[in-house]
Design a protein around this ligand. Structure first.
Ligand SMILES: C[S@@+](CC[C@H](N)C(=O)[O-])C[C@H]1O[C@@H](n2cnc3c(N)ncnc32)[C@H](O)[C@@H]1O
Length: 196
């Protein structure tokens, strides 16, 4: 998939702002594909807006639809403000706050990209509870990045192993892991999606 111009602009902004944690393009492409498959009238949630790169991919995947809404939650006010400065469709909503506090107020979703510590490294059950029947959860960064120290990598692997075990043990989830991008876990909540 061609890199969307919005993503290029957001990534440039992230580099200028010394924010190195944006999703890479391969993850973004996957998000775009999954967003495009969301049921009519569906809802998407991203935990951890960062500077909006992953969100840019989600929005690109949804084009030209306007029946799906997207909520993105970011705890860092400065990052949230910077991300909101870009030109977004009206069906994108920004929430500034801790994902583990805000997510339970927002109802259920058909696709959740959990890319923040809150709702992924801790509070994962809140995220699982926010999945509609038939909804998909995306977790990335199963594999630690090269720039981490050996000690950090070991801690990262241990934490991810805990998360993976936790998700795989849920009987109401169908789960797979992809050796793709930074290592991706996909889980779908068993059941028929709600009607539009
Ligand atoms: C990996 S970055 C997000 C990158 C972005 N999703 C993307 O695709 O480009 C993680 C972000 O989560 C935010 N964050 C960390 N803990 C959070 C929490 N408890 N609630 C909401 N956001 C959080 C961080 O401030 C950071 O901006």
């Amino acid at each position: 998939m061609q890199i969307p111009s919005r993503v290029t602009a957001l990534r440039k902004r992230a580099v200028e702002s010394n924010f190195p944690f944006s999703s890479e393009d391969s993850t973004g492409e996957l998000l775009a594909v999954l967003a495009a498959s969301v049921r009519p009238g569906g809802r998407i949630c991203e935990l951890g807006t960062g500077l909006g790169v992953g969100l840019g991919w989600i929005v690109a995947g949804l084009a030209p639809r306007s029946d799906v809404s997207v909520v993105t939650i970011e705890s860092d006010c400065h990052r949230s403000t910077l991300a909101q400065e870009a030109d977004w469709p009206g069906w994108v909503r920004f929430v500034t706050g801790d994902a583990t506090v805000e997510l339970p107020k927002l109802g259920r979703f058909d696709l959740i990209f959990a890319d923040a510590e809150g709702g992924k490294w801790y509070g994962l059950d809140l995220t699982l509870a926010a999945l509609n029947l038939g909804a998909m959860l995306v977790l990335d960064d199963l594999v630690p990045q090269d720039w981490k120290s050996d000690i950090e990598k070991q801690a990262h692997r241990q934490k991810m192993d805990d998360i993976r075990r936790h998700v795989h043990a849920k009987p109401d989830l169908v789960v797979t892991e992809l050796n793709y991008a930074t290592g991706i876990l996909l889980a779908v909540r068993r059941g028929s999606p709600p009607d539009a």
